[in-house]
Design a protein around this ligand. Structure first.
Ligand SMILES: C[S@@+](CC[C@H](N)C(=O)[O-])C[C@H]1O[C@@H](n2cnc3c(N)ncnc32)[C@H](O)[C@@H]1O
Length: 795
């Protein structure tokens, strides 16, 4: 419930003796409409003076327009309503169950509430206390709609909000208080389609930035790019109701423009643009029309055939929807699709931090906004999920205690920065450089064989001391960005510190997964369930042609003394250098997805092994998958749940699985896997970058996922884990140890480490998005978020 919203608007609290047929409507319109200039008139005139000419879409929705729209929604050809009704008829309970108790649900453009009532009644049946606010433009229609809802609702309170979307956004930002419960913004009817893709992204982003906080949600109905004939018919019905609806917009405009539009001068025309994926509704002048008196100057002369655009209806493929959400910092939690696969209802979550996949520039120095998001993620994982009580724990026995990682990340940064920028001195306390410089990563075959690492002190510094140090290091990073004399080496240290922290975020999470004391993250539990299932039309394997490809990138350190801006140079780790062409030919039969938990369980049962991977708990008879939310049992018949997630296991174990499969099945080499990734991107990768728009990386989900049905073949991070390759990490031709961090790769040329590619659900998009980025682990290492897929030579 929003704390006393009436106070924010000057409205009165619900009066005594209130009944459902007198549900309250709060007027939240900005007071512009009482000023000298009528804002609707201004919008109309601005549109008529612009090129191309437009009228605001909202003029379609006066009281008469809303009634006509309601009639449209009942037409058989207007499939978006039928699709959304079918989704809500089946899924309202599921959706209601995913919304938190005591939430405030605000619906944008609620219309007649025919569909919304399905959700409200489901919330009532589940006894979820909900404050529902219905927002729309016409107060008379709003009154009818909200008073038409069941008067006996006990758990769901209903209030109207009279105003525009913008008024609603501003009102929410004002009315919300610290004690308000989570906010859910409901936007049905594919109304988002009335905005262009860019405007939709700005609209949602502004909402997220100004009115929402982490933990809030959006529920958005979106029409897909369906058969063009079906889409066109939806907006061009035989009974002419859509025509009446659009032409009625001129009546509405006339009320603000002194009756300047004569309806007989104008006709409706609808056009669907198949390539762009949007329908447009126009007014077409039937004869020369002179409106110079009102529009002013020559732009008011409309020759016969003049078009005025009044409405666009943009359609979204699942991929376009994913890109839209990423641009706005909204993470998909769940998706419901109608049986015909024409329409989606998305449940989205405002995450505690946001590593945007779009707007990515993975070879250059990250900006300060990216640092801020990384710090939020680091604090959440290293402090909220790993409380002080865990600091002495060693969730992975061969690695350091948890305490080490809290101190290591800021210390590493300070060490590299002071090496790269001669005028800097180590920050206090300087002795941190001695105890936090490098962690333990022993040879698994002989744990006594271990690289140089910092001495473990008798007692670690206090959490407060580490926190203070971290804050000072962060201040130092911020200062660096305004340093006009920084050399490329200085920027390299900043770039390196960022990617190093991102990698440690991942390390910490796979460690925390092994501990029983980890606190789950503050994201909705519904995220555990993953993407809604749908039939997949792709075969289990695809045969692809292998070909020569370029691997790596060019990043010499010879010019590191140059003073230059952050954006001047492209950075990569020493093992990414130099770029080279790798030759590979022939045909490869490639599995569409990675080896799943269900596949691996079947294998263990077949060979009679009791040895489950470290990513599971329980037994072979009743195994569970470890997640940050706790262990989850896997039901072999569930098509989207943990049984269909990729199994996380060592290279050796997955290679064993391949051998058991026989018939030439094996894990791919590094070059083969890159060719597979390029194939999966279908040419959408740009120079030096991977296509990761559909990947489950960057905490889109807080666990691995089944492969989405619309993906033909898994690409980097598609299922939320890295992939093992059969390529042993070796010193390649032209390799030079990085001068700022010489041991980064060179310490691992022991023949025991294999290259892994892609990314996991925890991987920063900079790493998964940079085509030259490579990771590696010992073949026997079981803990990292790495799975594998089988390939075999094709004839
Ligand atoms: C496509 S209809 C959808 C109605 C309803 N949600 C449904 O799914 O049937 C769009 C709704 O949004 C409202 N609307 C359009 N533009 C608006 C704006 N700028 N501010 C507030 N409401 C608006 C309209 O009045 C109408 O009720």
């Amino acid at each position: 419930m929003l704390e006393n919203p009436s106070k924010a608007t000057g409205d009165h609290l619900r009066p005594k003796g209130w009944t459902a047929d007198a549900r309250r409507i709060i007027d939240i319109r900005s007071k512009k409409h009482v000023s000298a200039e009528d804002p609707v008139r201004k919008d109309i005139l601005d549109g008529l003076r612009s090129s191309p000419m437009t009228l605001p879409t909202y003029i379609l929705y006066d009281a008469q327009g809303l009634q006509l729209f309601d009639a449209i929604t009942r037409l058989e050809c207007y499939y978006p309503t039928a699709s959304e009704v079918s989704i809500l008829t089946q899924g309202a309970r599921d959706l209601a169950a995913s919304l938190p108790d005591n939430s405030t649900v605000v619906e944008l453009g609620c219309g007649s509430l025919v569909k919304t009532r399905l959700l409200l009644y489901a919330l009532e049946r589940l006894r979820k206390k909900t404050s529902y606010y219905a927002l729309d433009l016409s107060s008379s229609e709003l009154k009818k709609a909200i008073n038409g809802l069941d008067s006996g609702l006990k758990y769901v309170s209903v209030t109207g909000l009279h105003g525009t979307y913008d008024d609603g956004r501003k009102w929410l930002a004002r009315a919300r208080t610290k004690s308000s419960g989570p906010l859910v913004v409901l936007w049905l009817g594919s109304s988002i389609g009335n905005l262009s893709r860019d405007d939709a992204a700005s609209f949602l982003s502004q909402f997220v930035k100004e009115s929402l906080v982490p933990g809030d949600m959006f529920v958005i109905g979106i029409d897909r790019r369906n058969d063009p004939d079906i889409v066109w018919k939806a907006y061009n019905d035989d009974l002419g109701i859509t025509r009446k609806f659009i032409l009625n917009g001129l009546n509405h405009a006339n009320r603000h423009l002194d009756q300047v539009f004569r309806l007989e001068d104008w006709e409706y025309e609808g056009i669907y643009h198949k390539r762009g994926g949007y329908h447009e509704a126009f007014y077409i002048a039937q004869r020369d029309v002179d409106m110079r008196g009102i529009v002013g100057n020559e732009s008011g002369h409309f020759p016969a055939g003049t078009r005025i655009l009044v409405e666009q209806s943009w359609k979204y493929s699942p991929r376009e929807a994913t890109i839209l959400f990423d641009r706005c910092g909204l993470f998909p939690v769940q998706r419901w699709t109608d049986a015909a696969g024409m329409y989606d209802l998305h449940l989205l979550h405002v995450p505690p931090f946001n590593f945007s996949i779009s707007c990515l520039d993975p070879t250059h120095v990250p900006n300060l906004d990216s640092w801020e998001e990384l710090w939020k993620s680091w604090d959440l994982v290293s402090e909220s999920m790993m409380p002080d009580e865990m600091l002495q724990e060693k969730p992975i026995p061969v690695r350091n205690e948890c305490a080490f990682y809290r101190g290591h990340v800021p210390t590493f940064f300070d060490i590299k920065l002071t090496e790269a920028v001669p005028e800097l001195r180590p920050l206090e306390p300087v002795y941190f450089h001695g105890i936090f410089a490098r962690g333990i990563d022993p040879d698994l075959d002989d744990p006594s064989h271990v690289h140089w690492h910092s001495e473990t002190p008798q007692t670690w510094p206090s959490p407060d001391a580490i926190m203070k140090y971290k804050a000072t290091v962060r201040d130092r990073i911020k200062c660096m960005y305004s340093n006009q004399t920084l050399t490329r080496r200085g920027w390299r240290a900043i770039w390196m510190g960022f990617e190093h922290e991102s990698m440690h975020l991942e390390t910490l999470l796979y460690m925390l997964l092994q501990s029983g004391t980890t606190i789950p993250p503050p994201v909705p539990a519904a995220m555990v369930f993953g993407i809604g299932g749908q039939p997949c039309s792709f075969p289990d394997t695809t045969t692809i042609e292998l070909h020569d490809i370029e691997l790596g990138m060019m990043d010499s350190e010879d010019q590191d003394d140059t003073v230059e801006p952050a954006s001047a140079h492209e950075f990569g780790w020493d093992n990414e250098n130099p770029a080279s062409i790798s030759s590979v030919s022939g045909k490869l039969e490639v599995s569409r997805k990675l080896i799943t938990n269900a596949d691996y369980l079947e294998y263990l049962r077949e060979i009679g092994s009791q040895r489950i991977p470290q990513s599971w708990s329980g037994t072979v008879v009743r195994p569970t998958v470890k997640t940050v939310f706790g262990a989850i049992a896997f039901d072999m018949s569930d098509e989207t749940g943990p049984a269909q997630w990729p199994v996380v296991a060592s290279y050796n174990d997955l290679q064993g699985y391949g051998k058991w499969k026989g018939h030439g099945w094996r894990l791919p080499s590094e070059v083969e896997l890159r060719v597979i990734y390029d194939y999966s991107a279908k040419g959408t990768s740009t120079d030096g970058q991977c296509d990761i728009a559909q990947s489950n990386i960057a905490f889109k989900f807080w666990h691995p996922t089944a492969l989405a049905p619309e993906i033909e073949i898994a690409g980097p991070g598609s299922m939320g884990v890295w992939e093992w390759t059969s390529t042993v990490l070796t010193r390649h031709e032209g390799f030079l140890p990085g001068r700022l961090y010489p041991e980064y790769t060179a310490d691992f040329f022991d023949g025991k480490h294999n290259v892994v590619l892609g990314g996991s659900w925890t991987t920063h998009p900079r790493l998964s998005g940079r085509r030259s980025f490579r990771n590696w682990y010992q073949r026997a290492y079981e803990f990292a978020f790495v799975g594998g897929r089988l390939v075999r030579d094709a004839l």
